[in-house]
Design a protein around this ligand. Sequence first.
Ligand code: CAA
Length: 285
Amino acid sequence: MTENNKRIAVIGAGTMGRGIAQVFAQSGFDAYVFDAFPEALKSASKQINKMLDRGVEKGRMSADDAASTKARLHFVESLSDVGKQPLIVEAATEKLETKIAILRDAQQHVADDGILASNTSSISITQLAAAVDHPDRFIGMHFFNPVPLMKLVEIVRGLQTSDETARKTMELATAVGKTAVSCNDHPGFVSNRILMPMINEAIFTLQDGVAEAKAIDDIMTLGMNHPMGPLALADLIGLDVCLHIMEVMFRDLGEDRYRPCPMLRKYVAAGRMGRKSKRGFYSYE
Ligand code: CAA
């Protein structure tokens, strides 16, 4: 990849979008973060700066590197003025219609041989690809939260994704210090097909009164060496996101084992979304 090509646009300045932009900027890419909400751009810029400053304080990064990373991050309210991009990663809200509308617009800003990727955690890559003009240059680039700390990018190949697109996307993920692992498009991909039923089962365990939330998490952290327990992890991911992924798998795989736990539905209905709403299985006040 030539220096001129070291550019990326990220659509959506939420938790995932800002993390993706930070990781690319830290690896020498100019990263354009687009969001329709100026408040989201402001909040993303503030949070990334805080993380970078903390990295300098803790000796994880030099002050020069933090300054050049900041200079490579551009928070924009339109993609029209920033030129065609070799890579655009969509990290907007997990709604099919919203994503399709965003991707149809975004494809105008992708270079002729560029790649359009989605960070979706649950929507079919093949279905999203069918909505754009070049499904062969469309792919899933699934990052993990918190993006700057997590090593994996799950590269999800849709039915029409070309070998060339898959190869280039793997290279790009590697270029920003991640380990890229490829899989085929299928509900939940690999990561969420395995992770979400575990989280869902932890919620059933809580609902059945087998143990308190903290005890369930302690058993999984201390007994299985998981870095955090499934309920704390659900709070980090967002309970609405967990529910949405379970619903997609339940609908598209059609098996009882993917049935979302009623307690998960109840918490989401009550607005207890986890860390982002300051309350989930734990309180973050
Ligand atoms: N940028 C830079 N630095 C960051 C950061 C960021 N965005 N976020 C945190 N850090 C820093 C912290 O500030 C901290 O620095 P200090 O030492 O200065 O305090 C450092 O990184 C380590 O942070 P923690 O002390 O919080 O780290 P930890 O050792 O407790 O690990 C964790 C935290 C990495 C989140 C770990 O608990 C973990 O791996 N948890 C599991 C996470 C996981 O499974 N994620 C995947 C969720 S699934 C998903 O995302 C996909 C999906 O489709 C649902």
